[in-house]
Structure formats: structure tokens, C-alpha cells
Design a protein around this ligand. Sequence first.
Ligand SMILES: Cc1cc2nc3c(=O)[nH]c(=O)nc-3n(C[C@H](O)[C@H](O)[C@H](O)COP(=O)(O)OP(=O)(O)OC[C@H]3O[C@@H](n4cnc5c(N)ncnc54)[C@H](O)[C@@H]3O)c2cc1C
Length: 536
Amino acid sequence: MTNYSKDRYSTDVLVIGGGIAAVFAATRATEAGAKVIVVDKGSIGRSGQTPFASGMTIFDEESGHDRANWHRILEENSKKLNNPAYLDMYMDYSKEIYSDLEKWGATNTGFGKVFRDKLLANGNIKVIERTMITTLLEENGHIVGATGFKLDSEEAVLIKAKTVILCTGAGGFKPNGFQVGSLTFDGDAMAYRIGAKISGKEFVDTHDTNSETPAYCWGLPFQRKWSMGLPKETDGPVDGGGMALDLSSAIEAHKGLIPVEMKRPEGPPPGGDNPPMDKRPKGDRPPMGKKPEGRPEEGKAHLEMSGDMVGGASAGLSVHKAEGLFPSDDKCATNIKGLYAAGDCLSSMLVGPIYNGVVGFSVTGSAVQGSVAGKVAAKYAKGKSFINISDSKMSAAIDEIFEPLKKEKGYSPGWVEHLIQGILTPYYVLFIKDKDRLESALTMVEFYKDHFLPNLKAEDLHDLRKVNEVKNMLLNAEMKLRSSLFRTESRGNHYREDYPDQNDKEWLAWVVMEKGPDGKMKLEKFPVKDFKKLIA
Ligand SMILES: Cc1cc2nc3c(=O)[nH]c(=O)nc-3n(C[C@H](O)[C@H](O)[C@H](O)COP(=O)(O)OP(=O)(O)OC[C@H]3O[C@@H](n4cnc5c(N)ncnc54)[C@H](O)[C@@H]3O)c2cc1C
């Protein structure tokens, strides 16, 4: 039994994460009468992806939006792999969400401070920041709480909960481009370990960055301007919009159809100083279908190395809303009783395996799903009593958390993180895929899992966070490689050189995985049409 001091809490609803999904989950749960705890490994509204989002898309019948037409366009653009039930949820609640954000003042100032103040001012919400949740606790298929540790003192945190809503966002292999560096698929990994089903891991995000300054995602010039006032973009999805952010130019380049220039950029080397303000790409958000100023010339996308845009900015991330816990209904429930997921850690397939060419589905979708999960979880918790967590289970979970700090010798998690990046960041592994390359990457991932994970050593609490993140990244790497191997076709942002065609006969299905009875990853197809049966 460990001597580390423990903070113990109990609550009706535990919300893990502090982005927009969490803010709406917590708020709606308290409106429905629940006591709520919100835990974030960073801080509310300022960590994860939420602070970077700006554009929102609202479904508004008064503005002439047509439900059937949105369904038709999304289905076509998403290569028939979107989940219409979650589009319905979106259309039901996005206007209400926007109206709340207006009332809160978030449409004038951006999200961060407004969200944090909103939760701190709510007497029924306890906010715990800079605390990483590492383990979900489950008894007989029912969620019973979670454990983690504080990042600023060697203290464990134990939270007993009647229900848990995961709002932990998505993840990446800590790329230096798109701003997902703090996200390492923690929710997906923790939930998988207790038996949750996971899906959508084979579809890659395609945001690009600049080869001279790889930490500079093209989104930034717009964020600075737009985060000061949220636009209400009511145009909705457009026919053919799925081409806006897809893999086609990367595939062309890979085939040698676009020359890959390897000339060394002038000015600071990659990773060096940012260019002066007057040299950075400028411009307002471009109209749909037009490239913003500063983006590559036609035919020079993604692999051109001369200082223009290159791919892989978000290495490891999936298309927003594609990856995450597989829903067991149309209200954010999962196959673990009492465990809900919302936002970027729910595989809601809201826009399917490709971006639909319209901004705003992602952040609005997280808020909508959070709001629904909050209401449903509060209702579920009502009248339920706490399920007892055995002392041995709690002690084991805490001992496991601090074990890397006690090691005298071991591998540094930072070093293992670099190894993971080396295997999974190159475009020819997760972007342009092929059986042999996927299998060789998987061989290395399995070796890292067996050899390095049991021997990770943490020097301090920052390292301890990294140990857990590396574990979660490796598990997710395995999910991404296995689901990419399993899906023997190309569709949306999943491209296999050895299976270049879309195969509707075999693959109008999602790949769902879970931990099998032998501890190995078990994968199966879930036909899209069968989701209706699940919610009937
Ligand atoms: C640069 C950029 C621009 C974007 N622009 C837009 C846009 O204009 N429009 C749009 O619709 N979408 C946009 N997006 C996407 C959008 O921001 C996300 O889809 C959305 O904000 C996700 O919200 P979320 O609450 O689901 O997750 P997140 O905001 O990612 O929040 C997840 C939270 O969980 C916490 N967490 C994770 N693991 C743990 C753990 N183990 N313990 C405790 N806490 C944990 C994190 O610290 C984080 O606070 C953009 C994203 C980026 C990066």
C-alpha cells in the first residue's frame, strides 16, 4: 500500500476534460440537478483544442436550412460513413448552444476565460485542474470512478462517481504543427483498458503546416482574428465539400506526380525562429473553395519541402469526431454502464471519414454532444447509490501511478516519445498506407510496448505525466495501425496503396475494436445501417 496522500471525492457526475464538451456536459448536468466534478490535466477552456476553435456552424430552419438536404449532403460528402443519428442530434441542439454562448458572452471574447469563470461560479461544480486522470475504475461492467495524480504535488486523487462523462478530446503523437500537443488520446486508452469499444482510428486528419516553421499551423492567422468574435456561419454544408481537406494531393505527390522539391529553405531552419509578422501568411478566412493567401500553389501541396505547406501537422490525430469511444446509442452512452463520452473522444462520425468542407461542425459538435451527455448522465445518476470500490483495486491503481517515480533505473518517457514519433509521423505510414509498412510499424510498436513500457522511469511529476501519455500514445498507435490494416479499401481520409478503391460492397461499415478475452485487440466490422437497430 502506498504512502502517497490521497484526495478523496465523490460525485453524481464526474466530467473528465475541460474543453467545450466538458463545459456543456457539466453545466447541463447541474441544470438537471446533479452534483458534478470536472477534472482537467491542464486548465478549463485553455487546454486541448477548444481555445483554438473559432468558426461555428448552426443548423437553423429559420435561415432556410433543410434537414433532409443536410442529411443528403453529409452522407454524400462523407462517403456514406457518417452517423445520421449524431447529425440529427447536432441539428436539434446547435442553435440552442450558440444562443447560450451568446448569453455567456463567449461569442465576443473567445472561449477560455468565459468557460473557466462559468464553471468556477457554479456552486454545484467542483473544478480540479492540473490533475491527470490515469485510470477509470469499473466493477462488474459498471463505471464507479477514476484515479489520477496532481501535477504540482505528489498526491493521488480518488473520485467515486455514479456516472463518468469522458470529454478528454482527441490526440496526436505530440506533433509540432496543429495544436494538439497536450492531447494523447487518454480517454480512449483508459476506456479501452476497462473494456470499452473504440472506433474511427484509421481516418487521418489532414491539416498542414509550413516546412520552415513547422510549429506554425495555417490556422493561426485566422485564429488570431476570429477568436475575438465567433462567426455564426449559417451557410451549412456544401455539395462536394468533402474535398476541402483530403489526402488527394499527398497521394499524387507520393506517386511522383508532383515533384518533391528538397531544396533547403532560406532563413531559419525548421524548428527555428518564427518569421517576422510581416512575412507570415496573411488574409481573412477565404471563401469556401478558395485557398487562403500563403497556401501552396496548385500542384505543390503537402510534400513540397521548400518552405511551403507540408502535411503531417497533426500527426496521429484522426478527422475530428471520427475517433473515440464507439457509442452504444444516439445519446453518447457507451458499452460500459454509466460511462458516457462526448466531443472529440466520441466516435460519433458526425462528418464521417473526411472533413465536409465547412468549418464549425467540430467545436459545435463537441458542445452539442456534451450538453446531451450531461443531461442523460444526470438523469442516470438520480436515485442511484454509489457502487463500492474495493480497497485493493484502489490501492493497486495508485501504486501503479507512482511506480515510475520509484524506479532507480529505466527509460526516459521523452526518449520513447521520440521513438514513437519517428515510427508514426512519416507520411508513408499513417497517411499513405500499405500492408508491409503498417506491419513493420506495428512490429516496432509492439516491441516498444513489451520492452519499454514496463521500464519507464519518471524523474519528476512532469515526467510522470509523460509516462502515462506515452502509454496512451502507444496503445492508440496500435489501434491506428491495426484498424488501418483491417480496412482493406480506401475511403475518405484512409488511403491504402494496396487497396486503392472504395469498396461499398464490403465496407459500408465502421471498424470497432475492443480488448478480447485473451487481452489482445479484437477488431470487427459494424455495418453503418445496423446503428438504427441499436437505437430502435
Ligand atoms: C488550431 C485549431 C483550430 C480549430 N478550429 C476550429 C474551428 O474553427 N471550428 C471548429 O468547429 N473546430 C475547430 N477546431 C476543432 C475544435 O477545436 C475541437 O474539435 C473541439 O474544440 C474539441 O472540443 P472537446 O471539448 O471535445 O476537446 P478538447 O477541447 O480537446 O478538450 C479536451 C480536454 O481534456 C483534457 N484531458 C485530456 N486528457 C486528460 C486526462 N487524462 N485527465 C484530465 N484531463 C484530460 C485536456 O487537457 C483538454 O482540456 C480547431 C482545432 C484546432 C487545434
